[in-house]
Design a protein. Structure first.
Length: 184
């Protein structure tokens, strides 16, 4: 049942990943799932860039240098994490949103459609036993210096992927009844 899969979805962070690579066929399956997200006016705004191998390390170096350049008191821990997380990932899918050039709908709807595409990938990762995590650091505003982005294309974050060992913790939610108002 889909609800069971949704309840098992978790953020699995790069520090939890093992060295097993994520197969290209698995990444293609995730991207295909993303492509079936709902999209108002059929703008299909999601765009992705897949980083593997040296490209991941280049991203980590770029992010750490950009952090040190823009923070008056950079923390060594953060520098190391920015370098290490991409290296630990089996792959990174850069999440971008392409704004409809006609602006025929509000931007938030295209961001929401892209987020739904990511949720589709996340649920597939859960089903496939692949750990994943959507990171959206403030440094994404500089990604046009790292990637060539099309006019109107915006980076929304990084979807880290990796295999992991062990079980993921159980989580709970407050009851939905606490968050709903019924009106007749």
């Amino acid at each position: 049942m889909i609800l069971d899969l949704i309840k098992k979805r978790r953020a699995v962070f790069p520090a939890q990943y093992n060295d097993k690579p994520v197969a290209k066929a698995d990444i293609k399956k995730l991207l295909e799932a993303a492509n079936w997200a709902p999209t108002h006016k059929k703008t299909e705004p999601w765009r992705f860039k897949v980083l593997q191998g040296e490209a991941k390390e280049k991203l980590g170096l770029f992010l750490s240098l950009k952090y040190m350049e823009n923070d008056p008191k950079p923390k060594q821990f953060t520098v190391e994490k920015l370098i290490d997380n991409p290296k630990r990932a089996g792959a990174i899918i850069v999440i971008c949103m392409q704004r409809d050039p006609l602006e025929s709908l509000p931007e938030w709807e295209e961001v929401a459609a892209t987020a739904m595409a990511v949720q589709n990938m996340w649920l597939c990762c859960t089903e496939m036993g692949i750990g994943c995590y959507w990171s959206s650091p403030g440094l994404i505003k500089y990604m046009d210096e790292f990637f060539e982005l099309n006019p109107g294309e915006k980076c929304l974050g990084f979807f880290y992927l990796g295999h992991y060992d062990g079980e993921l913790p159980e989580v709970s939610r407050r009851p939905i009844a606490d968050k709903v108002v019924w009106m007749d």
